[in-house]
Design a protein around this ligand. Sequence first.
Ligand code: SD4
Length: 309
Amino acid sequence: MEPIVISTWQHGLEANEEAYRNLNENANSLDSVERGLTVTENNPEVHSVGYGGLPDNEGRVTLDAALMDWKARIGSVIGIEHIKNPIRLARVILEDTEHTILSGDGAFTFAIRNGFEPELLLTEYSLKKYLEWKSQGSGKAEERHTDRDTFNDYHDTIGMIAMDKFGNITSGCTTSGLAWKLHGRVGDSPIIGAGLYNDAAVGAAASTGRGEECIRACGSFYIVEMMRQGLSPTEACRRACERVYKLNLLSSKNRDHKYQVGFIAMNISGEVGAFSIRSGFQYAVMKNNINTLFDSEFLIDEKYIIEDL
Ligand code: SD4
């Protein structure tokens, strides 16, 4: 098969390069996704992933990451602190334990026992932004996106799906979650079926954006099931966005409706697609040695007014 990799947002371009280089050298998709996502975790300019990720409401950088491969193997890490590459830890959980998910202190202890070095992940920039937020006193978590309009300031979760030369697909996600989230809050990224899902007979999906809304819809699982029924990756992602949108409204009229959720998907023929709730979501696809950033199709435009519904 021709290798192919798709990932979320503009920073997906850089991660794709690394994943694709590995795929081209005959690495499997699990190795390639892990290595690709590590690039984003290591980049302090990406303020929603790994080192340099914006902290929670207590000023603590807490990271979520997960991997799922074509053998339905899972490794997920929730709310880990001081470990720069949670995606590498997710890989160790996937390969070397009987478990699927480790969280918090237990995940940290497991990491140290497995040779990971503790590091300070709060950068000068993140601390400055945190102190600014504190002094404003809104107390609310914030979604920040690397969209077309705000690219220079904000960054976002990276989700990635890759197919290797053997036709095997792996999906992965890594994030520091919403900026200023309540300490202990868990988003979609480490939740299997929400932030990512993989089925060797069908394909895979991954998400970005407001985790609460994606979790409510089991977004990534839903996309894989839609593709199983014969929908294209783009059409399956569109259906998932409709589901997210409806469940957000159903769950509460008072809920914050100004959220973004974006999905990417790939089927076992190597076709890819994406869809988002609002405009601005971008995704990067690399195949045939060409890495391209696309604007996603979306469900509603910014003129949407909740009171009209
Ligand atoms: C989360 N989906 O924790 C992640 C973060 C994100 O815009 O993508 N934020 O909800």
